[in-house]
Design a protein. Structure first.
Length: 249
């Protein structure tokens, strides 16, 4: 998959595509939203902080890219009514969805299981695992209206290498891999929808700094540098890649 890891977006790569990205207020989600817009996509940026999303949209519009849409959604607290309202709005405004990237995540606590705070554990599992499941479920009718739809779950190296002290984060990401594998098999007969997960690897983000406080961030790639493989899967180039876990680095 060297082509996948080294992929560079050409002008207009995602022109005409409608892509929803969660966790777009900061970190990797923000970087991916900008790169998708730069490649011509109409991006729907989702997060819980209106001010951050407004700033992101200003930056995207300054690039001369298609005007993005904002979907303020707090995945920790969102109700069924809010999920349904978002789906209804996307259906009304765009008529379909060509890409769905689950970028939102919480780290939680890096402590032994016996010391994990139970409310924090529940919150991390909800945001990282249950919320992507719900959002995918309510968006499937719009994804089915696309001629080439791509669902991407942002994964982590912890799913391949189980280690101590990663708590709810590792459990949630491992569970998300089960969702990815199951969904891909269930949608196998639907040739216009593909489901994959990508581990972006080490990045210069606040989550990474919280997980590895002693690490020098300048030794890490920026989130922007890791977006290529995601653009590959969101574009026609990734049409034949289905049902797999991939590593961006």
């Amino acid at each position: 998959m060297s082509t996948f890891k080294q992929f560079k977006a050409s002008p207009g790569l995602l022109l005409g595509r409608v892509i929803l990205i969660t966790g777009a207020g900061s970190g990797f989600g923000r970087a991916l939203a900008i790169e998708c817009a730069r490649a011509g996509a109409s991006v729907i940026v989702s997060g819980r902080n209106q001010a951050k999303l407004d700033k992101l949209c200003d930056e995207i519009e300054a690039l001369g890219a298609p005007a993005p849409a904002i979907a303020v959604l707090d995945l920790e607290k969102a109700t069924a009514v809010e999920y349904d309202a978002l789906a209804a709005t996307i259906g009304k405004e765009f008529g379909r969805l060509d890409g769905l990237v689950h970028g939102a995540a919480l780290l939680g606590e890096r402590t032994p299981l016996e010391h994990q705070d139970v409310p924090t554990w529940c919150k991390v599992l909800h945001v990282n695992l249950t919320a992507p499941f719900i959002l995918t479920q309510v968006m499937l009718p719009h994804l089915r209206k696309s001629a080439d739809a791509s669902i991407i779950f942002v994964s982590s190296g912890v799913v391949q290498n189980q280690r101590p002290f990663w708590g709810a984060y590792a459990v949630s990401k491992t569970g998300l891999e089960s969702v990815r594998a199951m969904l891909a098999q269930e949608l196998e007969s639907e040739r216009t929808i593909r489901v994959n997960s990508v581990n972006p690897g080490r990045m210069r983000t606040r989550m990474r700094a919280a997980a590895y406080p002693a690490e020098d961030p300048n030794t890490l790639p920026t989130p922007e540098a890791v977006t290529g493989p995601f653009l590959y899967l969101l574009s026609d180039a990734g049409r034949d890649t289905k049902g797999v876990y991939l590593e961006a680095q």
